[in-house]
Design a protein around this ligand. Structure first.
Ligand code: NAD
Length: 695
């Protein structure tokens, strides 16, 4: 029963009831059509009110139906809306809470609209690389004008109903019970025999239509260069000044075109991948999370401070523990400075800053944290230090407290083994700056208990993070893959490229930052330390030593003013350093390599295919639960271009067979171990079977 049909005197009330947000699935669409027909045929009915049960009028398309990618069953939303608009009895939408996408388009097809204050209104399809395909691009401008509609549709932005209260979109904006208000309105319409208002009959006028559209096209082109949808939204809206049916046809054509673009596939993929990532296959969704009211953080350095801010920003009190008073003062001082800088930029009010600072307390004593529900360790990256800390935590923390480590590289199972409660231990790998970056890798140890996982996944949402579960391995999902990418970037230098060429090629392809600029930002010494460890632990691995050479000269990146690039004091702009280019060329000579011209295409393919191959291993080993989790990691934490949908979706778009063929070629031409380019068994298998990572 997705639609409830009830009568209130001479008014038929059709209530959409399809939790959670009354998605317009097949049953809802059918129910609406049947309900309107039934009311039409009933001589006792003079008007119809359509509303939504629960938390929304309607949130738009039914996600499950949409995700299936199948042709939608009739009646389509367009057909339903045509039936509403053509009804001989007045139809009034009683809108509350949320009217988005198809939900708003449905309301636009009614003759009258009564809305509750505070209702969220949007046509957000552009965010999925699409446009509103059920007449929204034609009816909204007829209700609120060309400019306002073009802005809303091309941006997908959400606004409150009252901001559009004076337009023809709403006949009445009310406080309180919107259904009662709509019933009273219906009674007036019937009594006064008001003519039925059909938005399709409205003529859109604008004093300088062409001028405005050209301006809008220019703006949209600069702001969304990799995405075709915003411009297509404008083209559809531009058709609203002509005949309605022609505009509707144009909207339909553009919608179909957008559906076939890789960009819309990428955006839809990310949307569903993020939702999938929050689910853990063997942790039932009704697993009871532990209560987290108080959090403690060990170490007030780069990461500890940022993590503390993430919790305070979400209103959760945090205690920061340090070993030395100077370190604590420094850490707390940095937090204050960060908030003050947000205040200066107008991103924070004085009051909010004071509230957040009051939620962060410093301490030098474990007694002050013993009652915390969750403790996150962010001390030095050294197993001995971690052992000392976790042994102590095991002794002092109350039973049931979750003990988390922010380690980037150490074995979470070993860390759990330092305690007598390994089920309570989990890795929470935040990214720097932790108060800004959305990604959180949740590292599941062999013994991490299910309710601990359920708790941290839940908590991640509360603090605004996108959590992805990773198994235990060197570098977890993100850094394990980026290491492969970095190896290729370095060999490319030995073979003939320069750092600025590698960065430019990858940045033009869409990466937010090329590998050398990224290393300069993170600190070249960090990668150097990891490599030095790997030289001992995995002597079989073949690395370029070019990064080590740079580090031996103390060129750690932005923090030393010199790395792969030069940096002026206090600035982050990377300036090409001729001495580094000379060093690169000299190094090739030293190795006896004849440098060759390397194309941007080769740079991109070698770096990105190296990522993909490692991603395939990670899926196969079960380190990631699904290929799409890897895409979420890269899209939310590594500056991978959104319009390409993450490395694994990009692999599918290129075709796995093509990737395998390219890897065989690289094995012949590139430096390093030819085994590097052996396709991961999963990649080889899927390619041989003509399949893809995402099925
Ligand atoms: P940092 O050197 O900036 O800070 C470490 C802090 O821990 C220092 O302030 C130090 O005084 C304090 N400390 C050391 N021993 C302690 C102890 N026994 N008890 C309490 N405090 C102690 O280091 P960081 O960059 O913040 O890294 C911390 C952890 O986070 C490491 O495990 C690191 O691998 C991980 N991590 C770092 C990054 C990054 O980009 N920096 C990213 C993700 C994870």
């Amino acid at each position: 029963m997705s639609i409830r049909y009830e009568t209130r005197g001479p008014v038929a009330v059709l209530t959409m009831d399809n939790p959670p947000v009354n998605g317009l699935g097949h049953a809802v669409r059918t129910g609406l059509s049947e309900g309107v027909e039934r009311a039409e045929l009933d001589p006792g009915i003079a008007a119809i009110v359509i509303t939504g049960a629960g938390k929304a009028f309607s949130g738009g398309a039914d996600i499950a139906e949409f995700k299936s990618g199948k042709q939608l069953l009739e009646p389509s939303l367009r057909v339903v809306i045509r039936a509403l608009e053509g009804s001989t009895k007045p139809i009034i939408a009683a809108i509350h809470s949320v009217a988005m996408g198809g939900g708003l388009e449905l309301a636009l097809g009614c003759h009258f609209r009564v809305v509750a204050k505070g209702t969220k209104i949007a046509l957000p399809e552009v965010k999925l690389g699409l446009l509103p395909g059920a007449g929204g691009t034609q009816r909204l401008p007829r209700a609120i004008g060309l400019e306002a509609a073009a802005n809303l549709i091309a941006s997908g932005e959400t606004v409150l109903a009252e901001t559009l209260g004076k337009t023809a979109l709403f006949d009445r904006v009310v406080d309180g019970d919107v259904l009662e208000a709509a019933l009273a309105f219906a009674e007036e319409v019937v009594r006064e025999k008001r003519p039925l208002k059909k938005l399709r009959d409205v003529k859109v006028e604008h004093p300088n239509e062409q001028g405005f559209l050209q301006f809008a096209r220019n703006t949209v082109t600069t702001m969304s260069k990799n995405f075709p949808a915003p411009l297509a939204c404008l083209e559809a809206v531009a058709a609203c000044t002509g005949p309605f049916d022609a505009g509707l046809r144009k909207e339909g054509e553009l919608f179909q075109k957008l559906m076939a673009t890789p960009e819309s596939r990428a955006l839809q993929h990310f949307f569903f991948a993020e939702r999938a990532a929050s689910k853990i296959a063997d942790v039932p969704s009704d697993t009871k999370p532990r209560a987290i009211q108080k959090v403690a953080i060990l170490g007030a350095g780069t990461m500890g401070g940022g993590i503390a801010m993430s919790f305070a920003n979400a209103g959760i009190p945090v205690t920061l523990l340090e070993v030395k008073p100077e370190a604590l003062d420094k850490g707390l001082g940095t937090i204050r400075k960060n908030y003050e800088s947000s205040l200066k930029k107008g991103k924070l009010t004085e009051e909010k800053m004071a509230q957040r600072l009051a939620l962060i307390q410093g301490t030098l004593s474990y007694d002050a944290i013993a009652q915390a529900d969750l403790v996150i360790e962010a001390v030095f990256e050294d197993l001995g230090v971690k052992e000392a800390v976790f042994t102590q935590l095991d002794q002092v923390m109350k039973p049931g407290a979750i003990l988390a480590s922010n380690t980037s590289t150490l074995d979470v199972n070993k860390i759990a083994g330092f305690t007598k409660r390994p089920g309570d231990v989990v890795g929470l790998h935040f990214f720097s700056p932790a108060n800004v970056m959305k990604l959180l890798e949740v590292v599941r140890g062999a013994k991490t208990s299910k309710d601990v996982l359920a708790t941290v996944m839940d908590l991640a949402k509360k603090i605004g993070k996108t959590a992805v579960v990773s198994g235990v391995c060197d570098g977890f999902i993100g850094n394990r893959m980026i290491e492969r990418y970095g190896i290729q970037a370095s060999f490319l230098l030995e073979e003939g490229a320069l750092p600025s060429q590698v960065d430019r090629a990858l940045e033009q392809w869409g990466m937010a930052m090329g590998p050398f600029r990224m290393n300069d930002l993170a600190g070249n010494d960090i990668g150097w330390a990891i490599r030095k460890r790997l030289y001992v632990e995995h002597p079989e691995l073949v690395y370029s030593k070019i990064g080590d050479k740079l580090c031996e000269q103390g060129c750690f990146g932005q923090k030393t003013g010199k790395g792969w690039y030069l940096y002026e004091p206090g600035r982050r702009d990377a300036i090409v350093d001729p001495s580094v280019d000379e060093m690169v060329v000299a190094y090739s000579k030293e190795l006896g390599i004849t440098r060759r011209a390397i194309s941007d295409e080769e740079i991109v393919e070698r770096c990105i295919f190296a990522l993909i191959n490692e991603g395939a291993k990670i899926v196969e080993e079960g380190i990631a639960q699904r290929a799409s989790d890897i895409d979420v990691v890269y899209l939310s934490g590594y500056g991978f271009p959104i319009h390409r949908g993450g490395p694994m979706l990009y692999a599918d778009e290129v075709g796995l067979v093509n990737i395998v063929a390219a890897m065989r070629r690289f094995a012949r031409i590139s430096r390093g171990d030819p085994k590097f380019w052996e396709p991961a068994p999963l990649l080889a298998k899927l390619a041989a079977e003509g399949r893809s990572f995402h099925g």
